[in-house]
Design a protein around this ligand. Structure first.
Ligand SMILES: NC(=O)C1=CN([C@@H]2O[C@H](COP(=O)(O)OP(=O)(O)OC[C@H]3O[C@@H](n4cnc5c(N)ncnc54)[C@H](OP(=O)(O)O)[C@@H]3O)[C@@H](O)[C@H]2O)C=CC1
Ligand SMILES: O=C(CO)COP(=O)(O)O
Length: 331
């Protein structure tokens, strides 16, 4: 929608023929964007060849579990030098790879430094009706990030660049875990204090893992970090918050996933982050208890007791600049 507003020639690829027909004839997408009229310039097709014909840029918005399969279908039709921008928030199950790594692996002829990630607080329901939205595009190559920035920037969609691809991808994926927790807390009837605690201590563990993996700590204070964390933990549109809320109210994970009809990335990401926290020897208490709720049958209320009952600890963990009793800070 943003690209069509920017007068670009946009072709959407979908595997669903009825959906393509609806977009082309009625300019609506009733299943995903109920009650919204799409830009009439957007064309849809089920043919990957047609979608990629003459495409200078490709935006990949598959779910994390479909990314590898979709990219491999694109491979025969991509022009050399095409700008690739992905907007997917998750890791690949099993390999724990980030989406830029999966794309680079499937397209070895593409310069990996030119693969861009677009992330930040951007619920589709609001973007499509032109509510003011800000996002970040990250790529190792500045020229690629700026090319993506130029494609998307307009009066209601503001785009910042960032060279920290890993940090942007990790924060975009991990915030969904905390949104599940925030929804669960609301579903249990806990108040605003609990939600603020989850956001704050959630950001602490997201940053801890991200920095251990090589991210810039400042990225977590940006749009892909705190920005997306706030929107996903508080928005009526969030699938992760809604899934957590229903779990908090007593539904089972199977019931929630079967009836949502859309991806709840935080579920698989909880498993991935649980494994990464072990791999990088990083403490992630919220992720750890959510893993037990989602995959080991722990009651959400007992999970909260476990979180609250942990040993006492300091708030600030790394390289303090303010120390106890006026002493020199110890790194
Ligand atoms: N929705 C949002 O506001 C935002 C979403 N994102 C991220 O974008 C990604 C996609 O999310 P979203 O579009 O909302 O998810 P949805 O669940 O709403 O839609 C997923 C789409 O992917 C299709 N799909 C799934 N598997 C395959 C496959 N193997 N081959 C082809 N198509 C497939 C589904 O098709 P079918 O209907 O046929 O199953 C469906 O159309 C996620 O990582 C999400 O975190 C990022 C920012 C905002
Ligand atoms: O990432 C998103 C908004 O920025 C979408 O979040 P949900 O997948 O929880 O709906």
């Amino acid at each position: 929608a943003v690209l069509a507003d920017n007068k670009l020639d946009v072709t959407l690829w979908t595997r669903n023929a009825a959906q393509a027909e609806e977009i082309n004839t009625k300019h609506t997408n009733g299943r995903f964007l109920k009650g919204t009229e799409l830009h009439p310039g957007i064309r849809a097709t089920t043919s990957m060849e047609e979608a990629l014909q003459d495409a200078d840029s490709v935006v990949l918005a598959a779910t994390s579990s479909a990314m590898r399969e979709v990219v491999s279908q694109m491979k025969p039709y991509l022009k050399p030098g095409t700008l690739l921008i992905h907007a997917t928030k998750g890791f690949e199950t099993g390999t724990l790879k980030r989406m830029t790594e999966v794309i680079a692996e499937e397209l070895p002829q593409t310069d990996p430094d030119r693969i861009v990630v677009l992330s930040g607080p951007s619920h589709a329901e609001e973007v499509v009706v032109r509510c003011p939205t800000t996002v970040v595009v990250a790529a190792k190559c500045l020229e690629a990030a700026e090319a993506a920035q130029d494609l998307f920037m307009n009066a209601t969609f503001r785009v910042y660049t960032n060279p920290d691809v890993l940090g942007v991808e990790v924060s975009g994926a991990l915030k969904n875990i905390i949104a599940l927790g925030a929804g669960m807390s609301d579903g249990l009837g806990f108040g605003d204090n609990a939600k603020a605690a989850l956001l704050t201590r959630g950001l602490a563990e997201i940053s801890r893992l991200g920095v251990a993996m090589g991210a810039n700590p400042f990225t977590f204070a940006g749009l892909a970090g705190i920005g997306d964390l706030v929107v996903t933990c508080t928005s009526q549109h969030s699938r992760n918050w809604n899934a957590g809320n229903r779990l908090g109210r007593g539904e089972t994970l199977d019931e929630v996933l079967q009836s949502t009809g859309m991806v709840v990335e935080g579920v698989k990401t909880t498993k991935a982050a649980y494994e990464l926290s072990r791999q990088y020897h990083v403490s992630m208490p919220i992720t750890n208890v959510l893993y037990k709720v989602l995959f080991e049958g722990k009651e959400p209320r007992t999970a909260v007791e476990e979180l609250m009952g942990r040993l006492r600890t300091h708030e600030i963990e790394e390289t303090p600049t303010v120390s106890w009793n006026g002493e020199e800070p110890t790194p």
